[in-house]
Write a protein that binds this ligand. Structure first.
Ligand SMILES: *Cc1c(COP(=O)(O)O)cnc(C)c1O
Length: 364
């Protein structure tokens, strides 16, 4: 192990965070920048904390080039709570929504929305165990839908909308970007609402980022619980109640680091290199196979199998023994998955490939 005595953690989430950020957070843990207290102890209404959350939002806006008519909110409840908040707030006219089902999370989002209105599954790749992203054209969509929902990166199956975003016309497009936010430049204007739990590519679990076009805010029914109304959070700068203070702080430090290092574009370039190395090796291997079609492969979650469940288990166990941990696939599909988010160094990917070559030679 050469990663400062740390393992290379290929977990899908919570996952690795940048070491320099964690070291800086550790150095400031009990006395944040001379304030005499920890961020964990600070009033969320204090001037010191106000500076932290405002910088976090400003840096995220700059990194993602978020237009002024979009609100940024730091909420709790994970992406899972967004599965409910989205329909609760966006079923505002026809109470119909279109969902493209590309995996477990998309299915869960659709199932939650069904509690509040009519959900049309306009396309699904379930028949092929979600190994591709269905191409949806405008004529497949419900013209009077209140919104269309997609899962931009499918963490469990390792697929991603590459070079294609459904054209929904005037119908707002909602995207779950939990496992790909900050790994690529996205045109925020194309979306009505973007949400992402922090624990995959941003920071510790507990913060959920919501980026929402402001004309979509304010349509929650009167019966909507206060916390679940976006308007409350938008109007109060994520400070209606106590926000996840520490998580927002760490996420903000990650945003600042990305900004210092040139923004999302150079990070994306490295993400592409990391994923290419790994997929190229898998595609050339006689033992390992990547089930996802090439054009829809995720840069963040690389899914692969040997085709033999016992051998997969042996692989995961032996990898763990050499400090390459959490390589098993999601419990629902088995096989292997290497999650290589922004904070996974190239060295981790190279070590993994080296180990895979050795394993292949030993298990012919
Ligand atoms: C992890 C994940 C979720 C669930 O996130 P929670 O924060 O645990 O609620 C939802 N969607 C996607 C795409 C994910 O990767």
């Amino acid at each position: 192990m050469s990663n400062n005595g740390r393992v290379f953690n290929f977990s899908a989430g919570p996952s690795m965070l940048p070491l320099d950020v964690m070291e800086d957070v550790a150095a400031n843990l009990t006395n944040y920048k001379g304030c005499g207290q920890s961020v964990m102890e600070m009033s969320h209404r204090s001037a010191d904390y106000k500076a932290i959350i405002e910088a976090a939002e400003a840096n995220l806006r700059e990194l993602m080039n978020i237009p002024d008519n979009y609100k940024v909110m730091f909420l709790q409840g994970g992406a899972t709570l967004q599965f409910a908040m989205v329909p609760l707030n966006l079923f505002r006219k026809s109470k119909k929504a279109d969902y493209i089902v590309t995996g477990t999370w998309a299915k869960k989002a659709a199932a939650e929305a069904k509690k509040f209105g009519q959900v049309n599954i306009v396309a699904s790749s379930e028949e092929s165990t979600f190994t591709y992203i269905p191409k949806v054209t405008k004529d497949m969509l419900t013209p009077d839908a209140d919104y269309v929902h997609i899962t931009f990166n499918n963490t469990i199956y390792g697929t991603h909308y590459n070079d294609y975003i459904p054209d929904t016309g005037n119908v707002p497009l909602v995207a779950d970007m939990s496992s790909c936010i900050l790994s690529e430049e996205v045109d925020v204007k194309k979306f009505g609402l973007i949400y992402a739990g922090a624990q995959k590519n941003v920071g510790p679990a507990g913060v959920t980022i919501v980026i929402m076009r402001d004309d979509l805010i304010g349509f929650a029914p009167e019966t909507c619980p206060t916390y679940l109304d976006y308007k409350i959070h938008a109007e109060n700068g994520s400070m209606y109640n106590t926000p996840p203070c520490f998580g927002i702080y760490v996420a903000g430090e990650v945003f600042a680091k990305i900004k210092r290092e040139g923004g999302i574009a150079p990070l994306h370039k490295i993400d592409v290199e990391k994923a290419k190395k790994l997929y190229d090796y898998i595609d050339s291997s006689a033992l390992f196979k990547a089930p996802v079609v090439k054009e829809d492969r995720s840069l963040m979650n690389v899914v692969f199998v040997t085709g033999n469940a016992d051998l997969d288990k042996k692989f995961v166990a032996e990898a763990k023994a050499v400090g390459l941990v959490n390589l098993s696939g999601h419990r629902s599909i088995g096989g292997m998955r290497a999650s290589i988010y922004n904070a996974m160094p190239m060295e981790g990917v190279e070590k993994l490939i080296e180990f895979m070559k050795k394993f292949e030679a030993e298990n012919k």
